[in-house]
Design a protein around this ligand. Structure first.
Ligand code: ZN
Length: 149
């Protein structure tokens, strides 16, 4: 059931859209604390990723599950009204993500997508956080081109 008012919803959406969303900050601070360095929203890298780790030639995107349609995720729900509007919006977002990913690969840049729901869980669960960090660090050092967590 939908219990947020339209006003509250537009506030939520505005918060989700803003550049420095909290999950990004949380995640980048974790990497920084582990000694990883990056540039933020680099204009030189396709898709202007949230983080770009030059040493590992890796672009990092922290993706909101709702906007970027995290498959099978409860946060990627379909709104109950204006369904056509949302469908079109999501399609545009997903196409853009695909174009960016292809551009990165054409330039041999690795791509790491961190879903917002993973970050929510990392904030609550120390064990999960540590296992995610191990995965990320393994990925950075690997020859794999892409990973989603
Ligand atoms: Zn998700």
């Amino acid at each position: 059931m939908d219990i947020v008012t339209p006003e509250q919803r537009s506030k939520n959406m505005a918060a989700i859209r803003s550049k420095d969303t909290k999950p990004e900050i949380y995640f980048r601070k974790l990497l920084f604390a582990k000694g990883y360095r990056y540039s933020l929203n680099s204009k030189k890298v396709p898709g202007h990723p949230d983080m770009y780790l030059r040493k590992y030639n890796t672009a990092v995107f922290v993706h909101g599950c709702f906007w970027h349609r995290h498959g099978g995720c409860k946060f990627a729900y379909m709104p109950k009204s204006r369904i056509e509007f949302w469908k079109n919006k999501f399609e545009v977002n997903q196409k853009r993500d695909l174009v960016v990913r292809n551009e990165l690969f054409e330039n041999n840049i690795k791509c790491l997508v961190v879903w917002e729901c993973s970050i929510k869980k990392m904030k609550k669960d120390e064990g999960f956080k540590n296992s995610m960090l191990v995965k990320v660090i393994d990925f950075l050092k690997s020859k794999d081109l892409s990973m989603e967590i």
